[in-house]
Design a protein around this ligand. Structure first.
Ligand SMILES: [Zn+2]
Length: 125
């Protein structure tokens, strides 16, 4: 049975499913719309003709900011509230910090860099 986390925001009847995929030889989760399917050829993923949506978030989408994986609970919140607070880590400053993550049609999700979030969890206005 396929686990779903919430409604897709970019098509009419899509549900975001938890799938398994392999990237660079590593098994990771892919959160993808039920109307989006890819065929893989070599390392290129191509959207199939039947797909009416292309929305997906890779579990490791925030790896560059030292967040190893986006959890299913975070995806649920992101779909329900259109934003979720994520904990990132600065290897330069050697400390963690928080940012809002929002939905992005092209990239799946994107970090809102210009909003400062207080480490105590209160948003600075
Ligand atoms: Zn969709």
């Amino acid at each position: 049975m396929i686990k779903t986390l919430g409604k897709c925001h970019f098509c009419d009847n899509g549900e975001i499913e938890v799938r398994q995929t392999t990237v660079d030889g590593k098994k990771i989760k892919l959160y993808a719309c039920s109307n989006a399917h890819w065929s893989f050829e070599h390392d290129m993923a191509e959207l199939t003709k039947e797909s009416t949506c292309s929305f997906r978030i890779f579990q490791n989408a925030l790896l560059r900011w030292n967040k190893k994986a986006i959890g299913e609970r975070e995806i649920r919140t992101l779909l329900a509230d259109e934003q979720v607070k994520v904990r990132l880590y600065s290897s330069r400053a050697k400390k963690e910090y928080y940012k809002w993550l929002v939905l992005d049609e092209e990239y799946g999700c994107s970090v809102v860099w210009y909003v400062f979030i207080d480490p105590d969890g209160e948003q600075d206005t």
